[in-house]
Design a protein around this ligand. Structure first.
Ligand SMILES: Cc1cc2nc3c(=O)[nH]c(=O)nc-3n(C[C@H](O)[C@H](O)[C@H](O)COP(=O)(O)OP(=O)(O)OC[C@H]3O[C@@H](n4cnc5c(N)ncnc54)[C@H](O)[C@@H]3O)c2cc1C
Ligand code: FES
Ligand code: FES
Length: 472
């Protein structure tokens, strides 16, 4: 899929390599978009990947003295979904990030990657435009700041130049007089692309609206403002009639297409319905309804796990990958152009980790990478260099099965068994994260795992029973 893989240690290394390789190089962060794009031939001519995921401090969410919130380019969706600062000051973004994919995807996928892929259905662009965000782009030529609104030139097209790296996403956090929300309409509750999405940010003086931003995703080539609806709301209170009229105006702004997920008419109507519901929810103070206070992440408690003395490394065809799997040291030669899933199965002989889809959709390949559950089919193998990996073969403690393994056997939660390694890994990570998960938290934890045999009832029951055994 690529000829050369560079693991960069600093931002300066990245922009130097970008300037040398031009359009033949591409930055890789979580790889959840790029791996698929390379496989599908959407990025012809890309030969070099520059992995930025080990550069220190790029995964920080900070508030500066001017009240500006900054997201580093490695901030993942799960970090956003669980950030207290963002929950208070940027709820629409938190909701959008929580709605992306499934836990294993959100542990690797970055907000920066989501902005740059630039699909009009991508979830975090809509709230960030409503929040009036800007991005900072850096190259050997210097830095420039671009309003997110002006970043997009068409479907999957941006003003980012091949030699530029996005180094900051910034916006002013919401203050006490501002309220907002995000709504995603999709064909399933997880692992689904938006049929439409929308974000609303309103500023109030008492109950009167002084500023309004309503942004719409998946209804035009880029994210758009519903300008007439925004203008209409200024100076008004959120009465039923005002909400109804604003929702109609938002619907009129949408210019959707018919596609496999929905007709254009349905999309327009959903814009009306969900704009009205979102405005009503803001009016009733219920705009955060349905969002868990403490979302399940399956994420490592320690995200600062860059190997000691890490320096920029170039992986070619014959390079070595040194990694620890299930507590044992491994050295591989020649696996640098593969995914981690293939490395585990073909080179380490660990075939318990399954390939169901190779597209990040089914969860059969779930492993722990540096303590977080991830889809191994979405991880480039060289990212395993210097990393700590746990696979299904490492879940048991010697001869003693993990409580979730025991419970799956006791409760008959396995039929063909193909999906089971993935479910067991997600379940084990969930019980590490919280010892007595609720049924809803169990369901959240396995949203990234598909089973075509069991109907899930026994799987959920087994995880619940495993948590009880673990408690005793
Ligand atoms: C199963 C599955 C489900 C998904 N569900 C959703 C969903 O529900 N909603 C949604 O919006 N998306 C979804 N996605 C898409 C994807 O996960 C997101 O777009 C994700 O945020 C991309 O981030 P990444 O770090 O993985 O990007 P990568 O794949 O690493 O990179 C994406 C693009 O950004 C560029 N890039 C990354 N970082 C930088 C940087 N700092 N500077 C310059 N260029 C950079 C890369 O070169 C590449 O072109 C899903 C993907 C999968 C596989
Ligand atoms: S998610 Fe990796 S094989 Fe399906
Ligand atoms: S048991 Fe067969 S796919 Fe889950």
């Amino acid at each position: 899929m690529w000829n050369q893989y560079i693991s960069a240690a600093t931002t300066d290394d990245v922009i130097k390599h970008l300037s040398e390789h031009g359009a033949q190089a591409r930055i890789v962060a979580g790889a959840t978009d790029l791996i698929l794009e390379l496989e599908r031939g959407i990025r012809p001519g890309v030969e070099t990947l520059i992995d930025v995921s080990r550069i220190p401090n790029l995964n920080r969410i900070t508030l500066d003295e001017d009240g500006i919130i900054h997201l580093g380019p490695l901030v993942t969706h799960n970090q956003v979904a669980t950030s207290k600062l963002l929950r208070e000051r940027a709820y629409p973004l938190v909701r959008a990030s929580w709605e992306v994919g499934a836990p294993q995807i959100r542990n690797r996928a970055t907000v920066a990657g989501n902005l740059i892929t630039a699909s009009p259905a991508n979830d975090t662009i809509t709230p960030l435009i409503a929040l009036d965000a800007w991005v900072v782009l850096k190259s050997m030529r210097g830095e420039r700041q671009v309003k997110l609104q002006n970043f997009y030139t068409g479907v999957r097209k941006t003003v980012l130049q091949p030699d530029e790296m996005l180094v900051d996403i910034a916006f002013k956090g919401l203050d006490a007089n501002q309220r907002g929300t995000f709504v995603k309409v999709a064909l399933r509750r997880a692992q689904a692309i938006s049929v439409i999405n929308l974000a609303i940010v309103l500023s109030f003086q008492d109950t009167v609206i002084t500023r309004a931003a309503i942004t719409l995703g998946a209804v035009a080539p880029t994210i758009i403002h519903a300008e007439m609806a925004e203008a209409y709301l200024i100076g008004k209170e959120l009465t039923d009639q005002v909400i109804e009229r604003a929702a109609e105006l938002a619907r009129n702004a949408a210019r959707p297409i018919d596609d496999i997920r929905s007709s254009a008419d349905y999309r327009r109507e959903m814009v009306r319905v969900f704009t009205a519901r979102a405005l009503q929810a803001i009016h009733n103070g219920r705009e955060q309804a349905g969002m868990p206070a403490n979302p399940v992440t399956l994420m490592s408690a320690n995200l600062e796990n860059i190997p000691a003395n890490f320096s920029s490394t170039q992986h070619g065809k014959e390079s070595l990958i040194h990694t620890r799997i299930n507590g044992q040291e491994f050295t591989f030669t020649g696996g640098s152009e593969k995914t981690l899933l293939r490395l585990l199965r073909e080179d380490a002989g660990l075939i318990g980790t399954k390939e169901g889809c190779a597209e990040g959709e089914c969860g059969a390949c779930t492993v722990f990478l540096d303590g977080s559950a991830v889809m191994a089919c979405m991880v480039p193998a060289p990212r395993a260099d210097g990393a700590e990996i746990v696979t299904i073969e490492g879940l048991a403690n010697g001869d003693k099965l993990h409580p979730v393994q025991d419970a799956f056997i006791q409760d008959g939660a396995v039929q063909c068994g193909y999906c089971s390694p993935g479910f067991l890994m997600s379940a084990a990570k969930l019980l590490e994260e919280r010892s007595s998960p609720t049924r809803n938290e169990i369901e959240q934890a396995i949203t990234g795992n598909l089973c075509r045999c069991t109907g899930y009832y026994k799987i959920v029951q087994a995880i619940e029973n495993a948590s009880k055994v673990q408690e005793t």
